[in-house]
Design a protein around this ligand. Sequence first.
Ligand SMILES: Nc1ncnc2c1ncn2[C@@H]1O[C@H](COP(=O)(O)OP(=O)(O)OP(=O)(O)O)[C@@H](O)[C@H]1O
Ligand SMILES: [Mg+2]
Length: 228
Amino acid sequence: MSDPTISVQSLCKKFVTGDTEVEVLRDISTDIESGHFVCVLGASGAGKTTLLHILGTLLRPTSGKIFYNGRDVFKSSERELIGLRNRLIGFVFQFHHLLPEFSAQENVAMPLLIRRTAPDEALRKADSLLERVGLGHRLRHRPCELSFGEQQRVAVARALVGDPDVILADEPTGNLDQETGRQIFSLLTEMTVSRGKVLVVVTHNLELASSADQVLKIGTERHVSAQP
Ligand SMILES: Nc1ncnc2c1ncn2[C@@H]1O[C@H](COP(=O)(O)OP(=O)(O)OP(=O)(O)O)[C@@H](O)[C@H]1O
Ligand SMILES: [Mg+2]
């Protein structure tokens, strides 16, 4: 049997703030196969974004491991992790994190430009994805000149442009009307799950969750303790 694309083993995350330690994720284990759509559910503050950041190697767990195609990712150096993220992972952040001084088109092209794709080609691919998310008429707008939902769609286009094996999307349709949300979600699945890639979506949308191959429920029970 081949390795699953992502294997999460006994993942724990604690944050220490002052003399208070908060256990956000406790003992999470799961295997995610290629071509699977995974929904992460949980109340506000439950740890969904924290989990996504750890899956995306942006944050190290307190304990536990994550394997990507059999490789123990947190054994890699920071430099190797940057390479892995750029090659394998596309992020749609909860608060988008678009670069404010760049246009929508430049923001979407950025992952390709970082990989040293020729600028003409990078911009052409960015335009085509922005068309797909319904923003062909907003190519030159900067993030502050776009609505929140439009920024979200730019973030989706940016996550998809590099054709990553894994998309990690934090409430990617949270600010969209139902119809636009459906279109964006079907674009996400078409570009990932339908092509044997992994899509992990944080959502409060139970209808969406009912179509998932796997649902990860993050609990709100917390262990808060004062440090000795
Ligand atoms: N850097 C940090 N330092 C300390 N505590 C943190 C940090 N990041 C997150 N937390 C705490 O971890 C908990 C989980 O945060 P997280 O952002 O993962 O929640 P979430 O499930 O994504 O919530 P929401 O649905 O509101 O986006 C919160 O209670 C938060 O206070
Ligand atoms: Mg969150």
